[in-house]
Design a protein around this ligand. Structure first.
Ligand code: AMP
Ligand code: ZN
Length: 124
């Protein structure tokens, strides 16, 4: 993981829940890791498989991650696919809530991986 000195958005943001999970100081059920990402089960699962894939470095949302670290951004999607495959699914939904009105409650970029049930469209 990059240190804070290496860039304005790298490293751990104070008080950030998902930075705490990445650092291992907040307990979580980690299912997959890569050089730049960690994937863990959502505490409040909305599907038989509901995993969150997060960059190890702190970015407030997916757009900031894509601008600041495009490699990590791509790795997030690759990791999400690996998680779904490992759980036996080739059909899954990826969600990037961005902004409070869209339902974002944790302001550390995270990709929801949902699988194991049929999904309605449009989403609520
Ligand atoms: P969002 O609403 O898109 O910001 O998603 C945040 C997600 O984090 C929600 O689905 C929560 O259920 C989940 N969540 C909150 N705290 C934890 C935690 N400690 N471990 C795992 N998932 C969490
Ligand atoms: Zn964070």
């Amino acid at each position: 993981m990059a240190s804070r000195e290496e860039g304005p958005v790298s490293g751990s943001a104070e008080g950030c829940l998902f930075c705490g999970i990445v650092a291992g100081v907040v307990p979580s059920d980690v299912v997959h890791t890569t050089e730049r990402t960690v994937a863990f089960r959502d505490l409040n699962a909305q599907a038989p498989t509901h995993v969150l894939v997060v960059p190890k470095d702190h970015y407030a949302n997916a757009a900031e991650l894509a601008a600041g670290d495009p490699t990590a951004s791509a790795e997030l999607v690759t990791a999400a696919h690996a998680v779904a495959t490992a759980e036996g699914y080739d059909s899954y939904r990826l969600v990037l809530n961005t902004g409070a009105e869209a339902g974002q409650t944790v302001f550390h970029a995270h990709l929801h991986v949902l699988a194991g049930r049929s999904m309605a469209w449009p989403p609520g």
